[in-house]
Design a protein around this ligand. Structure first.
Ligand SMILES: Nc1nc2c(c(=O)[nH]1)N[C@H]1C(S)=C(S)[C@@H](COP(=O)(O)OP(=O)(O)OC[C@H]3O[C@@H](n4cnc5c(=O)[nH]c(N)nc54)[C@H](O)[C@@H]3O)O[C@H]1N2
Ligand SMILES: Nc1nc2c(c(=O)[nH]1)N[C@H]1C(S)=C(S)[C@@H](COP(=O)(O)OP(=O)(O)OC[C@H]3O[C@@H](n4cnc5c(=O)[nH]c(N)nc54)[C@H](O)[C@@H]3O)O[C@H]1N2
Ligand code: SF4
Ligand SMILES: [Mo]
Length: 736
């Protein structure tokens, strides 16, 4: 034995966001315990080529910071938490769940899965297996408070099985309320998106951006429609109308593959350029130019982000986005290279044909509020607080949060807190004392990503949630755990929490993963019954999940820096005799569009008592609520400022650093002003997932303000997913 500390630099996968960058971790080995001290880009990674972002580079701090949970916690009678061994905690939770199920039935137990699970393929699926084993269908995820319109609209419109065209060959691209340079979300390949866009622009790509803010991508756009928030449906209908009426659409594609074209054309015909320009507050000439660039391009596609999703009519907006792509035939066609050929996902045959529409809602579990049901986007999370608060049969009494933070992220924070406090049992699986954890009966301390094996499969599977996301080649990377858990800690892998729970309750778990929510998926389910006698390891799960992978896991493991597997895949022609079609004439959607056209938009926009519009936007250094407490990431500013245009600051009578109240007609938050010339005047932005608990408003300089306070779940909401208005919220701003 030697006390010598050795250092090694090893490749691994950052799983903090869906980009799944291949990075290099410097690992200090102190007497057999490995600790990550540095993370940088990996120049030898063939896709990321040295790229990382500030969050990835802060992985050592995220793993080693003082606030990290090293032990599970139990809340005592007086409300304070104390350390408890994880095995005892899980045994006690099992007893309490058993009692709740015995008294109230299985529906009383719900799970909520948050965003970090997007990078951790075993957690949510095991939670789901547990719920199935007890007979509850109350499985919720953050997807229905994110972009559920993507899966709902896919169900209504169908999906082109040839996939999207290749961004790297495109001559035009349209981004609607998506800022992938920061978010690595939809539109530009997330592997160093700024560089990808720079190269594309140099190649002659004409980028069109629809955003009320000169976002990072808008800055690089050929046309930026700096619209009023919330008018994306009008703009998209207007673009389709121009393309149809100027006869710029793809006749052949439409006649071969589309149904409902005439109905669509009729429905958008009232969205004239003049009307749309006036309604959306944009220049008519710019709108025409955008339509002509898009329709005139050889290779092009349109993607969206959270911007349009949060400002109501999210299904309609996403549906119109599909229709825009479809009337232009903006897809990969027979003989063309497949953009997402799968590597760690199973092989499939991409075809130049439609996957026809399927049922989008009205099946599975019914909620007791607002007529909501399970949907193609999953269960309506915005209604879960009501399901907890509403007495009667089926009332939810126990909630298990798997890497999610309702108190930071759910709409209507006051209601959320009432719900968390009303539960008989709140359990949260987390890595730090989140605001939800502070209300929990049990906090299960989990491992961090670099302490478990990682792989890039989730970065591929995200493509099933919507278009414009995932790797655009057959890239794959696997990494073993590169760090050990801290000395003296007692940390649980999320799947193991459910495995142990099931053991106590004498239940058999069948782990099953469908790679998306919707019925559309190329890959079959992976099903793995879990043995009660031989406990699996994370590696066993990975092997099961990769059992049908196009590139076998063993082969991926041979390339620790990640690899682009050659063997390109090309779109096959349509199957003989197949006449499936994409539907551009869905009656529900076109009825909604007609309703929109009949609105008195001036009355909707002109709200003199609440003259500003609040919109959300992502912060480069934080991943939702994660990272806010890390000094390296918050730069000494752990709060979220309200960004306001200087003209509006003058009108309100405030300067940089002043505190203001931001009020809706039902609630208000206080935040510090930061000037932002990129905003459209009249529009203010605040990042979400900040703030402490209700009653801790004075802690703004420590934790920021919670924008969920400005959101109501029972006022303006989507009738299918229950997603409330989370953006384009009328607010009044007054100096404090
Ligand atoms: N007002 C408003 N509300 C919003 C949004 C908005 O823009 N505005 N955005 C919405 C969107 S898009 C989303 S996706 C949701 C996000 O909703 P959530 O996913 O519920 O929120 P997060 O803050 O991402 O919560 C992640 C939690 O997981 C913990 N965590 C981090 N890493 C790990 C890990 O490895 N294991 C475990 N077990 N836990 C981990 C973090 O500490 C944190 O407490 O919020 C939505 N809510
Ligand atoms: N750094 C970082 N990356 C992240 C996250 C993070 O918290 N931090 N979160 C992750 C998650 S959970 C998600 S869902 C994705 C989201 O990824 P994106 O959707 O790309 O999120 P944003 O960067 O907020 O970009 C949304 C854009 O919409 C604009 N916008 C607001 N309202 C409207 C509107 O009504 N119409 C239009 N057209 N635009 C509007 C905003 O100005 C903003 O530029 O990012 C993921 N990546
Ligand atoms: S972009 Fe995402 S995956 Fe890449 S380093 Fe940043 S947080 Fe990690
Ligand atoms: Mo999200």
């Amino acid at each position: 034995m030697t006390d010598k500390v050795t250092t090694a630099t090893v490749p691994t996968v950052c799983r903090l966001c869906i980009a799944h960058c291949g990075v290099l971790a410097t690992v200090e080995n102190d007497a057999g315990r490995r600790k990550v001290t540095r993370v940088t880009g990996d120049p030898d990674n063939p896709v990321f080529a040295g790229y990382t972002c500030p969050k990835g580079r802060a992985l050592p701090e995220l793993h080693n910071h003082a606030g990290r949970l090293l032990h599970s916690l139990r809340r005592g009678e007086d409300g304070s938490h104390s350390a408890v061994g994880s095995e005892s905690a899980i045994a006690e939770i099992a007893q309490r769940i058993q009692a709740i199920v015995a008294e109230h039935g299985p529906r009383a137990v719900a799970c909520y899965v948050g965003t970090p699970n997007a990078g951790q393929p075993t957690a949510a699926a095991t939670g789901n297996a547990f719920l199935r084993a007890i007979g509850s269908r109350m499985f919720f995820t953050s997807n229905t408070i994110d972009q559920p319109g993507k899966q709902i609209s896919m169900a209504l419109h169908g999906k082109w099985l040839g996939g999207e065209p290749d961004f790297e060959r495109a001559d035009a691209w349209l981004l609607v309320g998506s800022n992938p340079i920061i978010s690595k979300s939809a539109g530009i390949p997330g592997q160093n998106p700024a560089q990808k866009l720079k190269e594309a622009n140099a190649r002659g790509l004409q980028l069109i951006v629809i955003d009320p803010r000169v976002s990072d991508v808008a800055r690089k756009a050929a046309v930026h429609l700096q619209c009023l928030p919330g008018e994306d449906h009008a703009i998209l209908a207007g673009l389709i109308n121009i393309i149809v009426s100027e006869d710029l659409y793809d006749h052949e594609f439409v006649s071969d593959n589309v149904t409902g074209f005439r109905e669509l054309a009729a429905a958008v015909s009232d969205f004239t350029p003049a009307y749309v320009a006036q309604r959306a507050g944009i220049d008519e000439a710019d709108l025409l130019r955008a339509a002509r660039i898009f329709a005139g391009a050889r290779v092009r596609h349109a993607n969206s982000g959270t911007g349009p999703s949060f400002s109501m009519y999210c299904n309609l907006k996403e549906y119109l986005l599909h229709c825009l792509n479809t009337v232009c035939g903006a897809y990969a066609r027979a003989g063309e290279r497949v953009t997402r050929p799968n590597a760690m996902l199973p092989a499939y045959t991409p075809r130049a044909q439609a996957f026809p529409p399927f049922k989008a809602w009205g099946f599975g579990e019914k909620l007791r509020v607002r007529g909501l049901t399970d949907t193609a986007a999953g269960m309506p999370t915005a209604a879960l607080a009501d399901e907890i608060l509403l007495p009667g049969e089926g009332q939810v009494k126990a909630l298990i949060c798997i890497g999610g933070n309702p108190m930071a992220a759910w709409p209507d924070q006051r209601k959320t807190q009432r719900a968390m406090e009303a539960l008989d049992l709140l359990v949260t699986l987390d890595v730090e004392m989140s605001s939800t954890a502070r209300l929990a009966d049990y906090v299960i301390a989990c491992k961090q990503t670099l302490e478990t094996p990682g792989m890039s499969q989730s970065g591929e599977a995200i493509k099933y949630f919507g278009s414009g996301i995932g790797f655009s080649c057959a890239y794959a990377q696997y990494s073993p755990a590169v760090a050990d858990v801290p000395h003296g800690s007692d940390l649980v892998e999320e799947w193991d929490f459910f495995y142990q729970l099931a053991g106590h309750l004498d239940l058999d778990l069948v782990f099953a993963t469908a790679f998306g929510f919707s019925r559309y998926q190329e890959a079959p389910y992976v099903v793995m019954p879990l043995s009660r006698t031989e406990k699996p390891t994370m590696e066993d799960f990975y092997e099961a999940i990769c059992e049908n992978s196009r590139i076998p896991l063993d082969q991926v493991k041979r390339y620790p820096h990640g690899h682009v597997f050659d063997a390109e895949v090309f779109v096959e022609p349509r199957e003989e005799g197949n006449d499936d079609r994409l539907d551009c004439g869905n009656a529900d959607m076109l009825a909604q569009l007609a309703e929109v056209r009949l609105q008195d938009f001036r009355a909707l926009q002109d709200t003199p008592d609440y003259p500003y519009r609040y919109i959300p936007r992502r912060h480069n250094n934080f991943m939702n609520s994660s990272g806010r407490s890390i000094a390296k990431l918050n730069g000494g500013k752990p709060w979220n400022p309200v960004w306001i245009h200087p003209d509006d600051m003058r009108a309100i009578g405030v300067s940089d650093g002043d505190m203001v109240d931001i009020a809706t007609h039902h609630d208000s938050i206080a935040a510090m002003v930061e000037a932002d010339t990129t905003l459209r005047p009249g529009v203010v932005a605040i990042a979400h997932a900040f703030g402490g608990l209700v009653g801790e408003e004075d802690d703004y300089l420590q934790v920021g303000a919670n924008t969920g306070r400005l959101v109501r779940t029972d006022e303006d909401y989507d009738p299918v997913t229950g997603m409330p208005r989370m953006g384009n919220i009328p607010v009044a701003i007054t100096p404090r």
